[in-house]
Write a protein that binds this ligand. Structure first.
Ligand code: ZN
Length: 278
């Protein structure tokens, strides 16, 4: 009887803490997916917050290990940029020094081990290297997937980057609403539309680090959560503001580390590759 009471109490304690006896091991790496020099930052605020400014955006991708399963979050700028010279006259000048398979090789992960390719949204700086992972199931907001077939194509959307999934060679899993990726709450795709119609963010719950939120492009710089900076090229202004509110609300209630994927000052919130957050 005594033993039974003790085990019941232990079970209750586990339920309260949200942990389970056989919780999966979750690990998160930040990968370098390039930079984008923006020569007219004005386009990142429709209230003229950044008129006349210039800034370098970072482009980041993330690898998540859930026990033996690997998921990639965003596929960065296209590898064809490696070794090319940036166009000094362009408003957006993207650059890339190392591709994803090369970085993954340093931690012994092969592209074919990536089972899931989660994409925050359909822009070229988030799907550029997708085709390096044809064995992965593409997980993308259904409305963003539909835009790859639109005529004319929206700004920054190029279907050639996800050809294996569009022509049916590789598997697609369109996301509607939120999605608990592994069914245990450890990795959750969050619906945060506005930048694009099917934009998503990612919640990763780590044992030691605690919850981490990867912003997608809900904002491009941390300060936009406060100044409500909506880019002029966003799909829906009201949805953009609502998604900012949702992300900061989640960050507050979960005490999560909120990482703005394009903000160079947020890079240090995760360990430098090849180290990971656990
Ligand atoms: Zn972006």
């Amino acid at each position: 009887m005594k033993t039974m009471t003790a085990s019941l109490l232990a079970g209750a304690a586990l339920m309260i803490s949200g942990a389970t006896a056989n919780a999966a091991e979750v690990e998160l790496w930040r990968l370098d997916c390039g930079t984008i020099d923006v020569r007219n930052l004005g386009v990142f605020s429709d209230t003229f917050e950044y008129s006349g400014e210039k800034r370098t955006l970072t482009d980041s991708c993330y690898l998540i290990r859930h026990d033996k399963d690997y998921m990639l979050w965003d596929a960065g700028l296209p590898a064809a940029l490696i070794g090319t010279k940036a166009d000094a006259s362009a408003v957006f000048a993207p650059a890339l020094t190392e591709d994803l398979p090369t970085q993954l090789a340093r931690i012994g992960v092969k592209p074919e081990q990536i089972g899931r390719l989660g994409i925050s949204h359909n822009h070229f700086d988030h799907v550029g290297q997708a085709a390096s992972f044809p064995a992965a199931t593409l997980m993308i907001g259904a409305a963003d997937l539909a835009q790859f077939k639109a005529n004319p194509l929206p700004f920054a959307v190029d279907p050639s980057f996800i050809k294996p999934w569009l022509d049916g060679t590789s598997k697609v899993d369109p996301i509607l609403g939120d999605r608990d990726v592994f069914g245990d709450g450890s990795v959750v795709i969050l619906s945060t539309p506005g930048h694009t119609p099917g934009e998503t963010s990612l919640l990763v719950r780590l044992e030691k680090t605690g919850p981490v939120l990867l912003s997608g492009d809900v904002v491009h710089f941390e300060e936009q959560f406060a100044n409500r900076g909506v880019p002029t090229f966003n799909f829906d202004r009201a949805d953009s503001l609502a998604s900012m509110e949702r992300l900061t609300g989640i960050a507050t209630s979960l005490k999560a580390v909120l990482i703005v994927q394009h903000d160079a000052s947020d890079i240090n919130k995760l360990p430098a590759f090849p180290n990971s957050a656990k």
